[in-house]
Design a protein. Sequence first.
Length: 346
Amino acid sequence: MAIRVRSSYCTGVNLERFESQRGPDWVRLEALLRRASGSGRRGRRRLGAEGVLELGSLYRGAAADLAYARRRFPGDPVVARLESLVTRGRAAVYGRVGRRGSVREFFARGYWRRLAERPGIVALAWALLLLPAAAGAIWGLADPGAAVGLVPSEFADAADPPAEGRDFGTGEGSVFATQVLVNNIQVTLMAFVGGLAFGLGTVAAMVFNGLLLGVIGGLAFGAGNGEAFVRLISSHGPLELSCIVVGGVAGLRLGLSLIAPGSRTRLRSLQVEARRAVELAVGTAPWLVVCGFAEGLLTGPELAVGVQVTIGLGLAALFWGLVVWRGRARSSAVVAGDAGERQRQH
């Protein structure tokens, strides 16, 4: 059986000729998809070896047609028809492998690649958090009377922590861990969702939280409770800040997609980037759980400060070590994949 995929990249082809030339292959692809639908591997077995090869070949042809139609006939119903056809074809051709390994592959590599692919934005997010923190610490030390006005009432104890740190019983530690988990998620989501306001909400959330952290630290050290403050934040703080930075990266990417959409419309650019931002949010969720338990259970006086600092830095080193190791392992493939995705979307 001869398998043919005719090229749709013909100079000067109008819509009517394009549909007449390529339409029979689309109809054939739809027929194969109906035969293979709803039964996964069993459906593909019914197609036979030649049918499976034909399905893959027609799918690739339809994907090329979609890229061409988006450039030549944007807004025409043929684009929507091809988008639906290519989506169904992709699921039929690659669906079984994706379902089997997608979750494991995402947490093993996909999340880290997504975070590592825009190092400039990662650096910007860190700067938006740490520079205000440094300024807040200087302010808290130099003018504690004015700086304390920035600290919300729920953080008042942290601004002047007890000299021996916090001492929780088992039950209290569990409750506090839950409270911290909720707070960490809220802060990270604020940075994430703030990207929808052209990134301004993200910038505001990052700057405020960095400034607040610095002011609290400056007030604590100024009051002679610097060691207690270090105990308060050391076991969870580096990883918690890392999670907030990832939320900031996601928000900044959303904002950038609206500010500089390139050749796409702003809506389409936002749709594409939103999927990637959600991947960052989902991949960060387990680390927020670790932050919550670390803060709730490892900040009391039972552990030496040096041990708490080692734990905190170790968790952060593990996180960013995975970004470097797993995120860059196949960077060239990621770039090529993204280039292909952009070509199809354009």
